[in-house]
Design a protein around this ligand. Sequence first.
Ligand code: 6PG
Length: 477
Amino acid sequence: EKAQIGVTGLAVMGRNLARNFARHGHTVAVHNRSYNRTKELVEEFGHEGTFLPSESAEDFVASLERPRRVIIMVKAGGPTDAVIDEFAPLLEEGDMLIDAGNAHYLDTRRREAALRERGLHFVGTGVSGGEEGALHGPSIMPGGSVESYQALGPLLEDISAKVDGEPCCVHVGPDGAGHFVKMVHNGIEYADMQLIAEAYDLLRQVGGHSPSEIADVFRGWNEGRLGSYLIEITAEVLKQTDAATGKPFVDIVVDQAEQKGTGRWTVQAALDLGVPVSGIAESVFARALSGGADVRKAAADAGLPGPSATAGTHEGDLQADVEQALFASKIVAYAQGFQQIQAASKEYGWSIDPGAMAKIWRAGCIIRAKFLDFIKQAYDKSPELPTLLVDQYFLDAVSGAQDAWRRVVVTAARHGIPAPGFASALAYYDGLRAERLPAALIQGQRDFFGAHTYQRVDKKGAFHTLWAAENRPEVDA
Ligand code: 6PG
């Protein structure tokens, strides 16, 4: 008997993916650098299905039916290259290596091109949903060739999460498209988490509510339009009491957010594409600020002052207003993330269907939410939508939210509570809808100091003002 699929790298994600395939009736070849892990997997979970364990890479490859499908689940970067170098020579034309880790899409493009030359398929695929998702049904975002998807797609669809029986897995596009989309998924995840954190902070500091009370607020929100996995787990985390001290769990955790890099990559890529993903960027920077212990200590020691004691209370229903601010800011973050996906799709010729991305994020992944249904519908209606904000559903939502949103940002500023997510989302919204932006002045400054030229509103061409000359005449540039 040969295996339909193989997994090499049996740490928790790889192990759970292998078990998921086995539980769906597929024979799974398993391999790990140290054989112990492989043995453990078969001993502990062998009853769940059919595993073919191998100690050597050669035996592992020999245990697979052709075309061979080898999932690599190791650390992104050097370790992935090492595994590719080990396996590629053992494979034959038409076989495929599938990188299911959080690889950088440019690495995936490079690897795909190199392996294509050797007649092999390289599929960089996003897998979201953490350990539980890998076992019970993740959201899967495979890139690579159409041909590779024909041989691999049905297997991935089989183990993916489902919404009304429809798999949360679709061929995203060629080469690095899958990993790009997974990266933006993570960037959006950062933004969602930051916005939720700001909402909590305001309810606690301005509203005076306890973490446990705020957990109930989130539970309530979870029943409404904000309903999502991240809102749900936020309530769980806020309800948690530390066993040792009896204090709220959030109060015993060091307030420095860590990051493994996908959020930062999203922003770096957005800068190169020229797409303003301010919501995601603020959330990456907010984590960096929180982690800057030395700088924070210096600021505390210097006693940087906050607002005077007369900050006053919130003018409005704080809880309802924060819900509005959270929802509107979330819309902005998603609008920016989807715009980035569309820009990259154009840049790299990926032909990504944004509606299909929203569709496969509805279950399995970390940002799963009811909300994604509306994004899917928006792009189904008009695939070329320049921004989600002009879709009727989202337009109505931000129009309905904007007064509350402004009140929340004012309250945050008056109380000296940092709300970079809410504030920058609102600034983005106001920037987009502005009839005239002060960018005209920036053009003037650029022309003044660097003769960079400007365009006029009333005639075509590039113009330069001779700023140093007597009457500052304008010339065609
Ligand atoms: C997922 C998660 C997963 C991982 C993040 C955490 O989709 O399942 O996004 O990929 O948990 O990379 O990222 P940070 O450690 O950077 O917060």
